[in-house]
Write a protein that binds this ligand. Structure first.
Ligand code: ARG
Length: 564
């Protein structure tokens, strides 16, 4: 039931000569103050046709309206304010939520079509950065949102596993590294080697030549180079996997940059045959003046292909493999230009589906106001952040609920949940400065607060005798605290829709926070467990809340311990 739709219908009966149903629907507003009702219709638009002032029109229309859904109308200035029939609405919403459970809010928008999501995509032999964490959790949540509106998301990890840096790494390993150290702590050791290479190269620039030479050997398939590269890649992936496992995220494909090695010449030939390539000082470029963009560099004068060339190959491969309806790239906003160029080159090639490619940018994470740089060894180690978060969560449990079974498991769910939720609760384009105290918080608008609220709601149900409630037509509630919750439950499908339209997980996070807050207000003011004619309906509402909080958190990729 969409009551906005139903009010629009009721109004339309009176106004069909002047306004389309859809126009009326679009005009409906949510009053700023709850005491002004649940929905408002502004009558300005009608002033011209009726040749009367809007306030007068509003009163006249209001008098002729009637619907079982409307308890009363009130005219304030040019607005008709509608007060919904709480009993009728709450009955329907509570029943609907309980009947549908986690399917509540599902929408049929995608007809099961594929949507590849390029997400996470860290660079091999380096620690996964906070930026890659953002891409991972935003991408995963978007995949869940897409699934909820009936698309088939394909999670793709476009690993940064190719490029000149591997020549440098091989050089550094052969000079200063050994197998035992890499095996013991792969990423730390590879990072140490990488940083050392850059330090040493400042005084011995000939190292750069050695690095280039090793990369050339790698490209030519030299056995030693390939063996080292394969090994570094495997060890790195094992480390990344640990993080993905803790986040409960898995990928459908790990086809990264190296996967496209044998698909490069095809791309260059295609560009050539469509006459979009020009040669500029020995380099092959695509001129993008008419898009107001810098030229896209396809092939360097030494024949080496680039990040862009690989992304072109990847875009073509994804179109062929998945026949996608849309193709998403969850990558930091510093790469916006790259993706504009990518789309422009595909347009130049005559591919209309370039319009279905969407770069989903997100803001930068800084530390003490400065950009993090792997090259300088300035990194926040993700695993350490997750460890710290879980440790603090465990401490809280020891303080507050020492008797809890499976404490460690719950602490992990709460700690990791805090980090993930923190990342998703603000508009994805916001920048933020990283501090562990800020990320690992349990009070206020946080993941643990939502988790805790749900666990508390479950404990109320347990006290009442059952954590499950069957659907029924008799759950009607009319108090103002329930009503706040009913409205949030009612808004769920449109919230999911907005999150999808804007590719914005924070819309779901905000819904979770609001729902948790209104539940806590409800629980502070309504005595749920007392004998009362509305007791069953109240418990049904509590159950409905546990279902939707769980669904909100599931979409965000946050787990939901039943007790904490
Ligand atoms: N590995 C890249 C980086 O860390 C991100 C790759 C994003 N995906 C893409 N298809 N370009 O900056």
């Amino acid at each position: 039931m969409d009551y906005r739709q139903q009010i629009a219908h009721t109004l339309h009966k009176e106004l069909s000569e002047h306004l389309e149903l859809n126009e009326i629907y679009m005009l409906l507003e949510k009053p700023k103050h709850a005491e002004h009702g649940d929905i408002a219709f502004p009558a300005f638009q009608l002033a011209k046709v009726f040749r009367k002032n809007p306030a007068q029109i509003a009163s006249e229309i209001a008098e002729s309206l009637s619907s079982p859904l409307i308890a009363k109308t009130q005219v304030i200035g040019p607005y008709i304010n509608f007060f919904l029939n709480k009993e009728a609405v709450s009955k329907e919403i509570i029943k609907d939520v309980i009947e549908k459970g986690s399917d509540y809010g599902n929408l049929s928008l995608g007809n099961g079509q594929n949507v590849p999501i390029d997400m996470s995509s860290p660079n091999i032999a380096k620690p996964m950065s906070m930026g890659h964490l953002r891409s991972t959790v935003i991408g995963n949540s978007l995949a869940n949102i897409l699934k909820k509106v009936d698309y088939s998301p394909v999670r793709i990890n476009h690993l940064g596993d190719w490029g000149t840096q591997f020549g440098k790494l091989i050089t550094a390993y052969k000079k200063w590294g050994n197998e035992t150290d890499v095996r013991a702590e792969p990423i730390k050791e590879l990072l140490r080697l990488y940083v050392k290479f850059h330090d040493e190269a400042e005084t011995s620039p000939e190292l750069e030549d050695e690095g280039r030479a090793w990369f050339r050997r790698l490209e030519e398939g030299n056995a030693e180079a390939v063996e080292l590269w394969t090994w570094f890649r495997e060890e790195s992936l094992k480390e990344f996997e640990k993080v993905y496992q803790r986040l409960n995220i898995s990928f459908d494909s790990y086809n990264g940059e190296a996967f496209y090695n044998d698909k490069m010449s095809e791309v260059v030939e295609l560009l050539d045959s469509k006459k979009v390539l020009t040669v500029d000082q020995g380099a092959h470029i695509v001129n993008l003046d008419k898009y107001d963009l810098n030229p896209a560099l396809i092939k360097k004068s030494d024949g080496a292909t680039l990040y862009m060339t690989r992304d072109l190959a990847a875009a073509l491969y994804r179109k062929n493999t998945y026949n996608f309806a849309q193709s998403l790239y969850v990558v930091g906003n510093e790469q916006s230009n790259h993706f504009k160029q990518l789309k422009a080159v595909l347009k130049e090639l005559g591919f209309d589906w370039a319009d279905d490619i969407h770069h989903i940018p997100f803001g930068l994470i800084t530390k003490d106001g400065k950009k993090l740089s792997t090259r300088k060894g300035k990194v926040v180690l993700l695993e350490e952040v997750l460890d710290e978060a879980a440790a603090q969560a465990l401490q809280q449990i020891e303080d507050k609920n020492p008797g809890l079974a499976n404490k460690e498991e719950v602490a992990e769910q709460v700690g990791v949940g805090a980090v993930v939720f923190h990342d998703l609760k603000n508009d994805r384009l916001n920048n933020f400065d990283f501090t562990i105290e800020e990320v690992v918080q349990f009070e206020g608008e946080t993941g643990p607060y939502v988790q805790y609220t749900r666990a508390r709601a479950l404990s109320i149900l347990r006290k009442a005798g059952s954590t499950e409630v069957a659907p029924s037509d008799s759950y009607a509630l009319t108090d103002e605290y329930s009503w706040e919750i009913i409205k949030l439950l009612h808004d769920y499908p449109s919230t999911v829709k907005r999150a999808y339209d804007n590719f914005e997980p924070s819309i779901i996070a905000k819904h979770a926070i609001q729902l948790a807050q209104s539940f806590n207000r409800f629980y502070a003011n309504v005595r749920v467990l007392d004998e009362h004619p509305e007791k069953e309906a109240r418990l049904a509402l509590v159950f409905a809340i546990t279902e939707i909080l769980k669904e909100d958190l599931r979409i965000l990729g946050v787990e939901t311990p039943d007790e904490m």
